[in-house]
Design a protein around this ligand. Structure first.
Ligand code: PRP
Length: 208
């Protein structure tokens, strides 16, 4: 049985379609309901819906053999997994954003609100700017509006959230997209099936 962790949400639906097109169908997963785990005994696959930021944990610890997660999670948590393929979907970027007209207060540490502490630390270590990091869990865009922070480091996809909150990107840090990842031991023992999935999905991406 191949255990596959899929990120709940729009990206997960798209990725599931890729897996099914690759031949690993699972009719049960399309039935309405709140079930989180689905199995097709015939083609030996089991899918489960996981919070996107948790996929890498399931894969790293072997609860899932493979999964799909954003490059942001791989950069932030550096899980001990194999990154097999860039799925060229879920495309966005990690960026620094600030209120329009922002100027850097050079006489003190820059207050940065983010969910991505490691990416933020590395970024400002590379520029040599001293920061005061404020860890938040969501709605990061609120922080500079309420003067909790000077800037934010967050994911920007369409830019709508920034625009509607009078913020703008002042620096791009890194491009992000969805990645196919594998548990290291699973990849050793199930490399045949995992490679077949990787190849088929890669062909779908090239054809698109
Ligand atoms: C992400 C990110 C931004 C938004 C950007 O939030 O944190 O808030 O998407 O997308 P946009 O550029 O298309 O507007 P997400 O929906 O992942 O939820 P979060 O509030 O938990 O971070």
């Amino acid at each position: 049985m191949l255990n596959v962790a899929l990120p709940k949400g729009r990206l997960g639906e798209k990725v599931l379609a890729m897996f099914e097109k690759a031949g690993w169908e699972c009719p049960e997963i399309h039935e309405p309901g709140r079930k989180l785990i689905f199995e097709n005994a015939e083609n030996q696959v089991r899918y489960f819906w996981v919070k996107p930021s948790d996929v890498a944990i399931y894969v790293e610890r072997g609860a899932a053999d493979i999964g799909v997660c954003g490059k942001d999670i791989l950069l932030e948590y550096a899980p001990d997994v194999y990154e097999l393929l860039d799925l060229k979907t879920g495309i966005c970027r990690m960026a620094v954003a600030a209120p329009k007209g922002f100027t850097d207060p050079k006489d003190r540490a820059l207050r940065v609100a983010t969910k991505f502490g490691s990416i933020t630390s590395r970024h400002y270590a590379s520029t040599g700017r001293e920061i005061d990091m404020i860890h938040l869990n969501g709605s990061i865009e609120l922080a500079p509006i309420l003067k909790l922070s000077d800037v934010i480091v967050d994911i920007v996809e369409t830019g709508t959230t920034l625009r509607e909150n009078d913020l703008e990107v002042i620096e791009n840090i890194v491009p992000i997209s969805a990645r196919l990842i594998a548990n290291k031991a699973s990849y050793k023992f199930k490399s045949g099936v995992i490679d077949a999935i990787r190849r088929s999905i890669e062909e779908q991406i090239t054809e698109a």
